[in-house]
Design a protein around this ligand. Structure first.
Ligand code: SIN
Ligand code: FE2
Length: 218
């Protein structure tokens, strides 16, 4: 029998299995979203969002920067992690404690206890920006999960399989939603559809941010 105390427990956010070892935690970061957006503003003062160029010479449609010990970079030489921001030649801005705590808590919620992120890539999408299907495979430590947080305008997330040709499932990611994947699906292809013309949120206008937390080295 349930104790009446349970009536006062906060609601457990809905967790939806989207693939093997992959979950969408609806609204998991909602209560912290304002703080996370304020922290992005602080980080932006120490670095800048930039449209990085792929090894094939195409500028990415999302603007990016990183915080944490490692930042993800791409240029004509390839994809990799660096400890210094190539724009400032200084270490990447520190990862705010609230970022780390959220990522650790989200990972633990679905069974990845002890996740210690070393990098947070921040993507900023404006109308029409998206990200094609890709694998996150520039990390040496593939045992750790990926934790991905959506802030601002809603976007459609695509989650496929181990092959680029596997048909992806589609999930609406809204302000405060968190996706965690690892284990069997750690190397599954994923991406986001272009941010829609009418997509917006009171906190950000027609902009969507994504925080991607990763462990880079064992
Ligand atoms: C990524 O896969 O690197 C970003 C995906 C997203 O913006 O949700
Ligand atoms: Fe990714």
């Amino acid at each position: 029998m349930q104790s009446s105390l349970d009536l006062f427990a906060p609601p457990t956010p809905e967790s939806i299995a989207i693939a093997p070892d992959a979950w969408l935690l609806k609204g998991f970061a909602h209560a912290q979203a304002d703080d996370l957006l304020a922290q992005i503003g602080q980080i932006e003062q120490q670095t800048a969002f930039r449209h990085q160029v792929t090894p094939g010479g195409h500028a990415m449609s999302s603007a990016q920067c990183s915080c944490g010990t490692y930042g993800w970079v791409t240029d004509k030489r390839g994809y990799r992690y660096t400890t210094e921001d190539p724009l400032t030649d200084k270490p990447w801005p520190a990862m705010p404690a609230s970022f780390r705590e959220l990522a650790v808590r989200a990972a633990a919620e679905v069974g990845f206890e002890g996740f210690e992120p070393q990098s947070c890539l921040i993507n900023r999408y404006q109308t029409g920006a998206g990200m094609g299907l890709h694998q996150d495979k520039d990390e040496q430590d593939l045992g750790a999960p990926i934790v991905s947080v959506t802030l601002g305008a809603p976007i459609t997330f695509l989650f496929g399989g181990l092959l680029r040709t596997d048909k992806p499932s589609r999930w609406l990611l809204e302000h405060g939603d968190v996706v965690v994947w690892g284990g069997v699906s750690r190397l599954y292809f994923h991406g986001v559809a272009p941010l829609g013309k009418r997509a917006s949120h009171a906190a950000t206008g027609a902009v969507r941010y994504n925080l991607t937390f990763r462990r880079v080295v064992g």
